[in-house]
Design a binder for this molecule. Structure first.
Ligand SMILES: Cc1cc2nc3c(=O)[nH]c(=O)nc-3n(C[C@H](O)[C@H](O)[C@H](O)COP(=O)(O)OP(=O)(O)OC[C@H]3O[C@@H](n4cnc5c(N)ncnc54)[C@H](O)[C@@H]3O)c2cc1C
Length: 508
């Protein structure tokens, strides 16, 4: 398996193993945990700066969201600039706005310096309103962009066959192939003497005065500094309250007419749809994304694909859906990412998360911020993205309440499980959390009747997992940990599997 889901993403074919036999007994300058765009970009920057780095990945490079992204590179974000100005003030909103082109430049420089062939292309983006409410939103977005010096121009036509009310173009955006890109970064990192260790899960850390000791599935690893590029680091921290896991869905289609839009597109529906194209094996495909929801809060995740496909078919002359996949991102409570010193750390451990749908940009800018913090001790972004900040903006209480649903979800799921009295109620091909002899279990029955039974309580914060029919996984609605049908961990923050239960019915 190369990705944290049962479905194949359009990028996955390019994933390859980087299984160096690392010397884990060396004392490293920096151990970077997480082999997605954030971890790899950061490890490379630090290695370039003369640090001796090791990159640790629980599965394989590209296993996480970077293998399931859609890889638009934008300098306008899910958090609008007017929102940023009203919550953080003009100066901080300006810095926030500057990260977009700075990150795209870092990507372009890496591509040029290391000769990475990753289908990078500069693109124009079209942002379009479909009704009056969205028109108002679009006006607000354009006004906010002007205040931070970003150009958005009203246009009468868009290259997407979707009826719209108002639209703007945004110049100088881009797209690339995310796995080809991070593969190129890994090769550059290795060529500079960096070390990659895959199949190495980091389970915890002990921060000492002069170093950090990492507890990993391959034993103890010591480094002067540690960077967690794993979304939320292992263990419990304030980041669990200030970030919430969401899933988003993508499908890659061929079109009968062959008339593919050349640019990037976004409507303003909540959640919004996003569009780009990608050539794979000589064939152009339209990638459409959307249908986002909080992890574990959608009864039938397969429905999300149906809704997305039906929506796209309404407007485009779809021929075939070649790939469909979903993946997970984190929403921050106040709209800004959390990049910097890990809350509670005395200064040797760093983290980067809360990227919303803009993780290609914030993952890349993290490499600059974190290497500046480690190498020089400061960064111009240090204060605005400080992971320890608690910013009680409008909606904060609701967000925290919604996110602190540990107890609520636990009780609700227990009640739900109470209603199910026996395993017999689960049909072939179905999955449920069931009550069996007084205990709660996550049960999946294959279409041939084979039963997979695991304990249903997530080891992280004791929430009850929920079934994700689209990716055949058990997802924790509280903090986003995910497990396969055998209870094997797919996505943290937990570092433990769901205990598997041997039953007589298992081999039925
Ligand atoms: C469907 C979808 C579409 C998106 N589209 C866009 C887009 O168009 N543009 C954009 O800018 N952003 C987009 N995003 C967001 C973006 O893809 C992500 O924010 C970004 O990929 C996150 O990268 P990362 O390196 O931080 O995390 P990941 O890529 O998830 O990497 C984290 C890695 O850490 C590893 N790991 C976790 N825990 C441990 C541990 N304890 N020990 C060792 N390793 C561990 C995981 O296995 C994983 O490989 C999208 C997100 C989704 C879900």
């Amino acid at each position: 398996m190369y990705r944290d889901g049962a479905r194949k993403s359009i990028w996955q074919e390019e994933i390859r193993r980087f299984s160096s036999e690392a010397d884990l007994h060396q004392f490293y300058d920096v151990a970077v945990v997480g082999g997605g765009i954030t971890g790899i970009s950061t490890a490379l920057k630090l290695q370039q700066a003369g640090k001796r780095c090791i990159l640790l990945e629980a599965a394989n490079i590209g296993f996480g969201t970077t293998g399931g992204t859609t890889a638009h590179l934008n300098d306008f974000f899910d958090t609008t600039f007017n929102q940023a100005i009203s919550d953080f003030g003009q100066d901080h909103a300006q810095l926030f706005a500057d990260t977009g082109q700075e990150a795209i430049s870092i990507i372009e420089n890496n591509i040029q310096q290391y000769g990475i062939n990753c289908d990078f292309q500069r693109k124009t983006a079209y942002l379009f309103a479909l009704d009056e409410k969205q028109e108002k939103q679009l006006t607000d977005i354009v006004e906010g962009a002007a205040k931070v010096g970003h150009t958005m121009n009203y246009v009468d036509e868009i290259p997407f066959p979707i009826p719209f009310k108002k639209a703007v173009t945004i110049p100088d955006q881009a797209q690339f192939h995310p796995i080809k890109y991070i593969k190129g970064l890994c090769e550059a990192f290795l060529s500079l003497g960096g070390v990659i260790q895959e199949d190495c899960r980091c389970e915890g850390h002990d921060e000492q005065e002069n170093h950090v000791s990492l507890e990993t599935s391959k034993g103890e690893i010591k480094a002067k500094n540690v960077v967690y590029a794993t979304h939320i680091p292992p263990g419990l921290s304030i980041l669990h309250i200030t970030n919430a896991p969401y899933r988003s869905y993508a499908i890659a289609f061929s079109l009968k007419s062959g008339n593919y839009p050349k640019d990037l597109g976004y409507d303003l529906i909540d959640p919004y749809h996003y569009y780009r194209t990608q050539e794979i094996d000589g064939q152009t495909l339209l990638i459409a994304g959307g249908e986002d929801h909080k992890t574990g809060h959608e009864e039938d995740t397969g429905e999300c694909f149906s809704r997305l496909e039906n929506y796209v078919r309404k407007y485009f002359d779809v021929e075939t859906a070649y790939y469909s996949w979903s993946s997970q991102y984190y929403e921050p409570t106040d709209g800004f990412p959390y990049i910097g010193k890990l809350p509670g750390s005395s200064g040797r451990i760093f983290t980067a998360t809360g990227f919303r749908g803009n993780g290609m940009i914030f993952g890349t800018i993290s490499s600059q911020i974190l290497s500046d913090l480690i190498v020089t001790g400061n960064s111009k972004y240090e204060n605005i993205f400080n992971p320890s900040r608690i910013k009680p903006i409008a909606g904060f209480a609701d967000f925290v309440k919604e996110n602190a649903v540990v107890a609520y979800d636990f009780i609700k799921d227990k009640l739900f499980a109470e209603k199910i009295n026996s395993l017999a109620e689960v049909k072939d091909g179905e999955a449920k959390v069931v009550k069996y002899e007084g205990e709660s279990y996550a049960l999946y029955k294959e279409t041939n009747g084979k039963v997979h039974l695991v304990k249903s309580t997530c080891p992280h914060a004791k929430c009850e997992v929920r079934w994700n029919s689209a990716e055949l996984s058990w997802d924790c609605p509280c903090h986003g940990s995910r497990f396969n049908v055998n209870g094997k961990l797919l996505t943290g923050p937990t570092v433990r599997d769901l205990p598997r239960v041997d039953t007589d019915s298992e081999n039925q």
